[in-house]
Design a protein around this ligand. Structure first.
Ligand SMILES: [Zn+2]
Length: 300
């Protein structure tokens, strides 16, 4: 059975780094943040991880044709509209936890499941891999993948100290994939960052109760010893053995992610600037807002 590895959690937690390290083994095909394939890929035509414009990329251009034949601009806008409806994290709480699901929503949900299945089937076929990594992080997207019966899915909950995450959101980096103007990664206040960090991590814990999930901390991945990474690899074993295929000089066809995905050297740099550069007030505020999970994950 083909396997999808879903990396879930909040942004700025090192997911691109984890995805890159996992894909270097040659066992996994990394697709980046697949949830953005419509908006950032087919609508905005941002740069793929290989450096080509999405619609001109040697992998995605034939892939989209294989999966869908021709897609008009209005088809893509409609699909992105459906995705937005069924994959919003706030909607997940309403639909899954409160149980508000009307017939039209269920129909859209099924339609998007079919669209994703066509997409994944075609990625598996054209890449030649039996395992892929989807680094979309949003739990609503992860839930949907876990509900696709054709694949075995394993989830990785990637967590990072929310003070470091809040600091990173306050210091936006440029998005090199936006090739036609200067655009920065999303900036968030400490409140916004803390809110989404705790919401997404609670959602991941909820997902973990239903589907195979392994939690790993960013700090352990970049600590210099390989223990955490080996544990992740151990967790991902147990499925049919793959033929090891070269992933090709570190060039990946990833959709969106941290700018480091364009770095062919893939050097692991531990980022702990927040410890010295974040104000004491912000550190205390974030620690207060995220206290239960920071404590649970061993940060306090
Ligand atoms: Zn590409």
């Amino acid at each position: 059975m083909k396997q999808i590895v879903f990396i879930g959690g909040f942004g700025r937690s090192g997911s691109t780094l984890l995805e890159t390290r996992l894909s270097q083994s040659g066992t996994f095909f990394p697709v980046g943040e697949l949830k953005y394939i419509w908006s950032r890929g087919l609508i905005n035509n941002e740069l793929c991880g290989c450096g080509q414009k999405f619609k001109e990329c040697d992998f995605w251009n034939p892939e989209i044709s294989d999966a869908f034949g021709g897609l008009s601009e209005s088809d893509v806008l409609r699909i992105e509209g459906i995705r937005n409806d069924v994959e919003k994290n706030r909607h997940l709480i309403l639909r899954e936890w409160v149980g508000v699901r009307d017939q039209s929503y269920l129909e859209l949900y099924d339609e998007y499941k079919r669209i994703l299945t066509d997409l994944y089937n075609s990625i598996f076929k054209l890449s030649g891999f039996n395992r892929l990594i989807d680094n979309s992080k949003d739990v609503a997207h992860g839930l949907l993948i876990n509900r696709l019966d054709q694949y075995s899915t394993k989830n990785i909950q990637l967590v990072r100290d929310s003070r470091a995450v809040a600091f990173s959101f306050n210091n936006p980096k440029i998005r090199p994939e936006v090739h036609w103007k200067k655009e920065f990664m999303k900036k968030r206040s400490c409140f916004s960052s803390s809110f989404y960090w705790i919401m997404l991590n609670y959602q991941m814990e909820w997902l973990a109760k239903q589907f195979p999930t392994k939690r790993v901390r960013y700090e352990d991945l970049v600590s210099g010893n390989n223990e955490a990474f080996e544990e992740v690899k151990k967790f991902l074993k147990g499925y049919e053995a793959d033929e090891i295929k070269p992933s090709g000089q570190n060039i990946t066809h990833t959709i969106s992610g941290n700018p480091l995905r364009f770095d062919r050297e893939n050097e692991v740099v531990k980022d702990e600037r927040w410890i010295n550069e974040m104000s004491l007030f912000d550190k205390k505020l974030v620690a207060f807002l995220n206290y239960p999970l920071l404590k649970k994950y061993g940060y306090l």
